[in-house]
Structures are given as C-alpha cells and as structure tokens.
Design a protein around this ligand. Structure first.
Ligand SMILES: Cc1cc2nc3c(=O)[nH]c(=O)nc-3n(C[C@H](O)[C@H](O)[C@H](O)COP(=O)(O)OP(=O)(O)OC[C@H]3O[C@@H](n4cnc5c(N)ncnc54)[C@H](O)[C@@H]3O)c2cc1C
Length: 367
C-alpha cells in the first residue's frame, strides 16, 4: 500500500479518492469543510461511464438528480430549437446535495480524512511534503491537486492561462406550487452573452447570465430588479419565467456571482504532483463538461499516481497527453458553438470568441 494524498474534496477529489480505495489503497483526503454553493448544474451523459467505474450510478437518485428531457436553445436565430440527438440527455443536479452524498458514500472508512487547507507543497526525492494551514506537515508518496480554480499547486513551472473573463450571475428560484415544470435546459444567446435556465430537484430553477466580468452592466450584481430586467429582454427565457410565475420572484434578491472563465495549463504533472478537475483546466460551462471531466480526470490521475509511484514513467505522460488532447477537442467544440451565433458578431462578448481559443491553446502547448 502507498500513501497518496488527494487535496480538495470536490467532484474530482472525491473521484480520485474513491478510485484509489477501489484499487485497494487507503488515500488521505485533505479538504476543508463542505463549501459548495447549492446551485444547479447539468451532468452530461458523458459522465455516466465514469460514475459507473466508481460504482456510483446510484448517486443519481431523485433527490440529487432529475433525468433531463433535453436541451433547448435560442442560438443562431430567434427560433427556439431542440439540441441535436447526438448530445444525449443528462441529469439536472442539485450540485451541493449530489456532492454531499458522493462524500458520504465514497469517503467512508477506507479514506483517511483531514479537514484542512493545504497551504504549501514541497517536492521531495520520493514524494511530497504538504504543509497545512495549521502548520502540520503531511508526507505522501504522491499528491493529486484537486483544488478547483484555486489550483494551489500551480506555479511558474505550470503557468495557467486565462482565456476569457467569464462570470456567472445566477440565482436559484423556488417554483410556485402550481408551476408545471419541464425537466429541460433552456439556453438563450443575447448580446451580452447567454442565459441558462434549468430545473433543480426539489421544485427549484437555476437562472444564470453568463457574460464577461467587464461587460456586466454596472450594479447588476447588487440589484435583483436590474438583473431580472435583462432576463425580461429575451425571446424564450422571459416567457418561460412568466409561465412559471417567476418573473417577479427573480427581482426580489440580488444574484450571486461566480467566476467561470476558461483556464488552461501547459503541464499537469510536476514530480509526484498531479492535477485533476478544474485545478488542471477549467472549462467554459457552455459545454456542460466540467463535472464529467472532473470525474474522468480524478479516476485517471489516481491511476497515473499509482503508476508513477510504482516507477512507471509513462503513466504520467499518458494522463497528461490524454487530458491536453481532451482540452484541445473541447476548445474546438466550444469555438464552433460560439461561431454558430452570428447575430451579435459586433458585440464584444461574441467578437472576443471569434478569435481563436484553439490557436492560443496550441501556441501555448508548443511554447
Ligand atoms: C457557474 C458555473 C456553472 C457550471 N455549470 C456546469 C454544468 O452545468 N455542468 C458541468 O458539468 N459543469 C459545470 N460547471 C463546471 C463544474 O462546476 C466544475 O468543472 C467542477 O465543479 C470542477 O470540480 P473540481 O472538483 O475540480 O473543483 P471544485 O468543485 O471547485 O472543488 C475544489 C475543492 O478544493 C477545495 N480547496 C481549494 N483550495 C484548497 C486547498 N488549498 N487545500 C485543500 N482544499 C482546497 C475547495 O474547498 C473545493 O471543495 C459550472 C461551473 C460554474 C462556475
């Protein structure tokens, strides 16, 4: 048995810890107390094989996840369309509840838990020394950094590059008793960016505007009425809010703001430290791939860490190559999605996305 530390207890960290236990290890999971906000997210159908690998398909119960009836969008023209069948339906998650259940289920007796933040990582000849915020030091044969956008292990040797300034300005709205819901995602492109609306288990609805932080009209983040007035100026979101009786509810409180920029990296592995999930690369939420990537990379990083510790140098290289290829594919898909919306080509949000993310990323990889 080898001692592998997993840093961060989000979806990627829990997947990594679970994979290590399924491979007969007893990892140490270093994570601060639960802190994920209760927002809605879509779990892509692409995530299901990874949950299955973790023996976790039962996590998709009615309290955590609603099977989706698909994705509708107003994108490229003012007409409401259903997304192509090739995308496959996923699940509408209560993200906080899903993650809590994942933690309860996956992190049982086989995982050593330390409720703390890691403040420093020092590379050692045969592993890593992790200094915790309270000054304790933990030694491990390898560490998997799953600290999300904080990416606490990234430094000069693995510079991260932010590709845009996207933020989400969002609220979770309680549905009135009489509202009839459809378990589908609705996405609408607007000049400022795009709106996302999707149900959450427990008769709630997530409504969010995704735009660049510098384009957000002044005061929107503090003013629910101003934010709701932007939603009112849409073709499909506004009538849907109205039919659910939510157009006034949306105005009552200020929305929350979350960073949602795309961030890529050059290197995923340094010595015996591997990065997974958003700590490796954070993706534009338009593709709804972040959770599937967190699950996949948590599993793959756990396997690569075991390989590295056993002296298999290719294990890390294979993980890094697969991840970077996945990001390149994601960025190409994302660019095609943005290119499919010509109506606002002159607006800054869309103009910025016409420039090549993929070219930037490839330039960076070959640097
Ligand atoms: C607004 C928004 C909407 C999104 N919608 C979707 C969607 O619909 N579908 C989808 O698939 N993806 C979506 N995503 C992306 C998805 O949420 C992320 O890709 C996913 O949460 C990444 O998981 P993670 O485990 O890598 O990171 P996180 O969930 O961020 O977890 C990181 C953990 O590390 C801990 N941590 C941080 N620093 C330290 C430290 N120093 N020491 C120890 N622990 C630390 C944190 O407390 C946290 O618990 C969305 C993202 C945003 C911002």
């Amino acid at each position: 048995m080898v001692r592998i530390a997993v840093i961060g207890g989000g979806v990627a960290g829990l997947a990594a810890a679970r994979r290590l236990t399924l491979r007969g290890q007893r990892p140490i999971l270093i994570a601060p107390p639960h802190d994920v906000p209760s927002r809605g997210e879509t779990l892509s159908f692409k995530a299901l094989p990874f949950l299955d690998t973790l023996q976790g398909l039962e996590l998709l119960d009615g309290g955590n996840a609603l099977p989706s009836d698909g994705r509708f969008s107003v994108w490229g023209s003012a007409t409401l369309r259903q997304a192509t069948a090739g995308e496959g339906p996923g699940y509408h998650l209560d993200r906080a509840r899903f993650e809590q259940q994942m933690r309860d289920w996956f992190v049982a007796g086989d995982v050593e838990r330390v409720a703390a933040n890691v403040s420093e990582i020092a590379h050692q000849p045969c592993g890593v020394a992790l200094t915790l915020a309270d000054g304790r030091v933990i030694f491990a044969a390898a560490a998997i950094d799953c600290t999300g956008r904080a990416a606490m292990s990234s430094g000069a040797a693995a510079a991260r590059r932010r590709l845009d300034r996207m933020v989400a300005v969002w609220r979770v709205l309680d549905l009135p008793d009489e509202a009839e819901t459809v378990a589908a995602t609705l996405i609408e492109a607007v000049e400022l960016g795009w709106w996302y609306m999707a149900p959450i288990p427990g008769r709630r609805m997530m409504l969010g505007l995704f735009t660049d932080s510098d384009l957000l009209p002044s005061g929107v983040a503090q003013d629910g009425a101003l934010w709701a007035s932007l939603a009112a100026d849409t073709h499909a979101i506004a009538p849907r809010l109205q039919s659910l009786g939510l157009e006034c509810v949306a105005m009552r409180a200020a929305p929350a703001v979350a960073p949602a920029a795309s961030v890529t990296v050059q290197r995923l592995i340094e010595g015996r430290v591997l990065r997974a999930g958003d700590a490796a690369a954070a993706l534009d939420p338009l593709g709804a791939n972040g959770l599937a990537t967190a699950l996949w990379s948590g599993i793959a990083a756990a396997d690569a860490a075991l390989g590295l510790v056993a002296g298999d140098a290719d294990a890390g290289a294979t993980y890094e190559r697969d991840y970077l290829q996945g990001i390149a594919h994601h960025l190409a898909t994302q660019q095609a999605m943005y290119a499919a919306e010509p109506r606002f080509a002159a607006a800054p949000f869309w103009r910025r996305r016409q420039s090549s993310f993929t070219a930037n990323h490839q330039k960076e990889r070959s640097a």
